[in-house]
Design a protein around this ligand. Structure first.
Ligand SMILES: Cc1cc2nc3c(=O)[nH]c(=O)nc-3n(C[C@H](O)[C@H](O)[C@H](O)COP(=O)(O)OP(=O)(O)OC[C@H]3O[C@@H](n4cnc5c(N)ncnc54)[C@H](O)[C@@H]3O)c2cc1C
Length: 253
């Protein structure tokens, strides 16, 4: 076989270098959500159809009504609104996130239709690394400098090795959907998540820790980081509902 023919095969693109992130990101990409939506839905019970101007006439009454609805768990008026977030976080966060079924819609990036990018999660400086105590009654503490160093080094090495294995299989012609089995749950993914205030409150009650929570929860820190960013966006859109949620022990109506 002649060897002086120019190759017709394109050179394989060099894979992007492995990147490490210790944060998550949440962007509010679309919304139709305000306290007025709650009032409008609630007042149909007593006043029938109303103009939006009527609803904003008496701010104290509006605040009182929203607080009453949260306190007495009249939940459906909090469903007539919508928020879509673009979330970038490790796959292990998405596994927990997608357990929230009611009032949530999800679309996640595909590992079948596109090559997954080498972006991996490592714990940040503030992330407590060591769990102490028995199941059901434990706390997290910071851990020693050696433990932090070991965590970062071992994770980096493992991530690099698994991404190299992924690339090796792709280069050998193995399909993306098969090759991705080599990748760990620390890989970053992205999704659109759409919810309403009621489903968001339920999520926040379970996935954040807060001094005002009447029923404490013990979420993994990384999903809590996503929850905190979502909550900050939601609080700007629906300040009265957010305040009522806090005032009533952060229990979703
Ligand atoms: C700290 C923490 C630890 C966890 N640990 C684990 C774990 O170790 N293993 C594990 O598998 N999961 C675990 N989970 C997930 C948990 O069990 C729930 O799946 C998750 O929190 C979603 O809650 P949810 O079902 O209330 O939410 P959603 O699915 O959004 O449901 C909202 C509400 O709708 C109602 N509802 C929804 N579906 C049904 C149904 N089929 N039947 C009756 N009522 C329904 C319920 O009232 C429910 O509270 C954990 C969650 C937390 C917060």
């Amino acid at each position: 076989m002649s060897t002086d023919q120019p190759s017709t095969e394109a050179a394989a693109p060099t894979p992007a270098p492995v990147r490490f992130r210790d944060d998550v990101t949440v962007e509010l990409v679309k919304h139709s959500a305000s306290d007025t939506d709650v009032l409008w839905a609630a007042r149909v019970s007593t006043a029938g159809e109303q103009s939006l101007e009527e609803l904003t006439k008496d701010p104290d009454r509006s605040k009182g009504l929203i607080n009453y609805l949260v306190r007495d768990r009249h939940g459906s008026p909090f469903e007539h609104n919508s928020m879509t977030f673009f979330v970038s976080a490790p796959i292990f966060v998405f596994r927990e996130f997608m357990r929230h079924r009611a009032g949530w819609s999800y679309n996640e990036e595909s590992g079948r239709y596109r090559e997954l990018q080498p972006v991996f999660y490592v714990p940040g400086e503030e992330r407590k690394l060591v769990q102490q105590g028995r199941p059901g009654k434990y706390e997290f503490v910071r851990g020693s400098a050696e433990q932090r160093e070991a965590a970062l080094a071992v994770m980096a090495e493992s991530y690099e090795r698994s991404y190299a294995a992924y690339q090796e299989l792709l280069a050998a012609g193995v399909a993306r959907e098969v090759a991705r089995s080599t990748l760990p749950v620390g890989l970053f993914s992205s999704m659109y998540a759409t919810c309403n205030a009621r489903s968001l409150m339920h999520f926040l009650g379970l996935r954040t820790q807060h001094e005002l929570a009447r029923v404490p929860s013990f979420p993994q820190r990384e999903i809590e980081m996503v929850g905190e960013l979502m909550e900050a966006e939601w609080a700007k859109l629906m300040p009265l509902t957010h305040a009522a949620f806090n005032a009533n022990g952060r229990v979703a109506p």
